[in-house]
Design a protein around this ligand. Structure first.
Ligand code: PLP
Length: 307
């Protein structure tokens, strides 16, 4: 799994339960409950221009997710940061998508088949940077579709715990494709918007920005957008947002680690504004990337010291 120059980690690097591997050689057991039951939580942090973005916030959220699911790998937060840093240094990637998963494992032979008896472990990987959609599409504006499946309610599974329970989002993605849109957005039981397939959502009406208060992940990029709204003096409401308000908004944008700010130019077949990303979405997007270029909340990686 080396690249053309024989560098084993150039396509990405992985860490599985204490060992490092070239990305194509990393494996977990098919009996692991992380796989068989989606009994796993994860997080994804970006590396841009050789620096992690909001690394401490991602680690804090990852630990909170693990605590909620009663998952406890051997590594401390500091050790997880060291693992992620080593993955980047092994791969040499300057722009990277860095995943950290904690899987349940499997109860040992003879133990009751209850998650409490399983030994949990960490699976991390660093890949060349991934955009959620082609960059040209992100720049031109996405087409969104409010799909039929309702988002799994927080009463069933807390969406603030980053998870792979994507059955609803995956169904939504097929509906979106059928409708000629790029991405699905899902409603909750009350008919309010929650989040999209891999991103949080915002809408803008009469200059006021709004994002749903419930039903989705507390995205780290969403937190950044909320901070930028304050910095830019844009009024922001964190509250229930009905499907009707969302559909009729002046502007809509999504946000996620793997893409930053994602202006939408179409919702359920309706072209927003003049069909290009709206002024407030563009202002926030530009400010986001300009600040990133200036090293905003960045943790630089030392690529040169010996591994
Ligand atoms: N919502 C869902 C369902 C996601 O999968 C993601 C990111 O993967 C997000 C929101 C955005 O979160 P973040 O900004 O922390 O990447």
């Amino acid at each position: 799994m080396s690249d053309a120059n024989g560098q084993p980690y150039a396509n990405g690097a992985a860490y599985v339960d204490g060992q490092y591997y070239p990305i194509g050689e990393a494996k977990i057991s098919i009996l692991d409950w992380g796989y068989r039951r989606s009994d796993v939580t994860y997080d994804v942090v970006g590396v841009w221009n050789g620096a992690f973005f909001r690394l401490d916030d991602h680690i804090r959220r990852f630990r909170a997710s693990m605590n909620q699911l009663q998952l406890s790998p051997p590594e401390s937060d500091e050790e997880i940061k060291q693992v992620l840093t080593k993955l980047i240094r092994l791969s040499g990637l300057r722009h990277s998508y860095v995943g950290m998963d904690c899987v349940r494992g499997t109860p040992p032979a003879g133990a009751p088949r209850h998650p409490k008896y399983a030994r949990n472990y960490l699976v991390c990987h660093a890949l060349p940077w991934i955009w959620i959609a082609p960059k040209e599409k992100i720049d031109a504006g996405l087409s969104l579709y409010i799909a039929g499946p309702r988002r799994i309610p927080p009463e069933s599974f807390e969406p603030r715990v980053k998870n792979f329970h994507w059955g609803d989002l995956t169904r939504g993605q097929f509906e979106a494709l059928e409708a000629g849109a790029d991405f699905a957005v899902l409603l909750d039981e009350a008919g309010n918007v929650t989040e999209g397939a891999g991103f949080n959502i915002f809408c803008v009406t009469d200059g006021v920005v709004a994002t749903p208060s419930r039903g989705g992940l507390d995205g780290i990029t969403r937190m950044s957008v909320m901070e930028l709204c304050q910095e830019l003096g844009l009024p922001l409401g964190v509250r229930p947002v009905s499907a009707e308000e969302f559909r009729n908004a002046d502007e809509i944008f999504g946000c996620t680690t793997a893409g930053g700010i994602l202006p939408a130019t179409c919702i359920d077949g309706r072209i927003l504004g003049n069909g290009s990303p709206g002024p407030i979405s563009s202002l926030i997007k530009d400010r986001f990337w300009n600040k990133r270029a200036e090293g905003w909340l960045a943790t630089p990686i030392d690529y040169d010291s010996p591994l």
